[in-house]
Write a protein that binds this ligand. Structure first.
Ligand SMILES: [Fe+2]
Ligand SMILES: [Fe+2]
Length: 473
């Protein structure tokens, strides 16, 4: 068996362990200790544990970073196992358990008693609860199962595990933090270390796979003070959304995310008076501003060793203001076609730039207006195929658009319909009734039958002074 196969096997066994433990705990809620209904899950657990040991791995389930790990292998729930995963993760957190290890001497008796500790103790996540759990294990003479306390790091993520919104926000701020650290270091002339950013991007890609719409929703956040960081993370999310639709591998997505995150790093060499100027740029200021891609390249050349990733980051920073037809800036005789990452980032960058109130223009454009404008330039400024994928990711009525319904109600687009033929019926939240009074409905699927509501037109949030961000945070 090669390594890849072995890993696959271990993960399969880990999932089976989680599932059978779930069945055991659930069954114990309805049956007394020693009831025959418990036999099947107990036997299955012991069989799985034995098989894991035969593979020379520990049969230890551990919570880490919001996941369950079986000896360093992250177990991912598939649709069928989702409930079991959530349940086990929740129970471990509630009793402040960081890991459960089934040793080679774990017996049927041990497993028959274990579930009742959960039932006897109040699930208050605290070290004291864990202490009580240990004492109960001792008094019940459970010897083949070991538990360890939850680390502080994991306990902080209490909310995150079941709540994708909180988790997305956490990933977003982690990435902001990592990016800002790199940019601050670059300003101080220190060597660039990208390890933290890489980890943040990896979590972001994982989060993208489960909660893409929430992440895209977060790109509507416009924090003026930290504009550059927010912009970088937004561009990163939007680029990943395109990359994912192209079917890029996880490793390529990681490179793309990193390239996007640092596309504007050259702005740290543009004087702050220009960068933060509240009015329009003069011609000279524009000239300086337009140098940021080249400044970026200079800064990024400090990266240790020009490996594949570093080369991509440098290219991305250089190319992101060059257009599909090779117009744009820096003004160089570019003979070849732009790199894939350059083309993706240029789309994500323009969209975020236009819909925010910072870069180049002081008034943000509504998402649908920006998108229309960009679509008109597909084939000239933007790669037409990538542009299609972009529209596909954010929708014709992009997440965050304000729309007027045929019922004269005002609504915010929360999520796009995954079926592309239903592009005109996104999921929305009604925020104003026909008389203009503020309301807040639950998320409402326009594609569901019987309500008769359609989108009449999009509305500029600037005109109505409505901040749609609050519906996403
Ligand atoms: Fe830029
Ligand atoms: Fe940018």
């Amino acid at each position: 068996m090669d390594l890849e196969q072995l890993k696959f096997e271990i993960i399969r066994l880990g999932k089976s362990l989680v599932y059978n433990l779930f069945v055991l705990l659930k069954t114990s809620k309805n049956y007394q200790e020693g009831h025959s209904a418990m036999n099947t899950p107990i036997k299955k657990i012991l069989k799985t544990v034995k098989e894991i040991h035969q593979k020379k791995e520990d049969a230890s389930l551990m919570l880490k970073g919001g996941y369950i790990l079986l000896s360093e292998n992250r177990l991912k729930a598939d649709a069928a196992g989702f409930e079991a995963f959530n349940f086990i993760m929740g129970e471990m957190k509630r009793y402040y358990i960081g890991s459960i290890n089934f040793t080679s001497i774990a017996s049927e008796k041990d497993l028959a008693k274990l579930p009742y500790i959960f039932n006897e103790l109040d699930p208050i996540p605290s070290p004291q609860t864990f202490q009580k759990f240990l004492e109960k294990m001792k008094s019940k003479k459970i010897q083949g199962i070991e538990v360890e306390m939850l680390s502080e790091d994991e306990s902080i993520q209490e909310e995150d595990v079941t709540d994708n919104k909180a988790k997305s926000k956490k990933v977003y701020s982690q990435t902001i933090h990592a990016a800002s650290e790199v940019m601050v270091n670059v300003k101080m002339g220190q060597t660039l270390k990208l390890r933290k950013s890489k980890r943040a991007i990896q979590s972001m890609i994982d989060q993208m796979l489960t909660a893409e719409t929430i992440l895209i929703g977060l790109t509507t956040i416009r924090c003026h003070d930290e504009y550059t960081y927010n912009h970088s993370v937004n561009v990163c999310i939007l680029s990943l959304a395109i990359g994912q639709r192209m079917g890029l591998s996880k490793a390529s997505l990681c490179d793309l995310g990193m390239t996007a995150l640092f596309h504007d790093i050259g702005k740290s060499d543009v004087p702050l008076e220009i960068l933060n100027k509240p009015s329009n740029f003069t011609v000279d200021e524009w000239e300086i501003m337009k140098r940021h891609p080249v400044y970026g390249v200079k800064l990024l050349m400090q990266l240790k060793g020009l490996d594949n990733l570093n080369a991509r980051i440098v290219t991305g920073a250089f190319e992101h203001h060059l257009n599909y037809d090779l117009s744009g800036y820096p003004n160089v005789k570019y003979k070849k076609e732009l790199s894939l990452f350059g083309k993706i980032i240029s789309i994500a960058d323009c969209y975020d730039g236009m819909t925010s109130s910072r870069v180049y223009s002081r008034v943000p454009m509504s998402p649908d207006k920006a998108l229309k404008l960009m679509m008109d330039k597909a084939g000239k400024v933007y790669d037409p195929v990538l542009m299609k994928l972009f529209v596909n990711s954010i929708g014709v009525y992009p997440v965050g658009s304000l729309v007027l319904l045929s019922s004269r109600e005002l609504a915010v687009v929360m999520q796009n319909n995954s079926d592309p033929t239903k592009w005109d019926t996104p999921k929305i939240k009604i925020i104003g009734d026909p008389s203009g009074r503020e309301v807040e409905s639950d998320i409402f699927d326009l594609s569901s039958a019987g309500h008769g509501k359609t989108i009449a037109k999009t509305i500029d949030p600037e005109k109505y002074k409505i901040d749609v961000t609050k519906y996403f945070t």
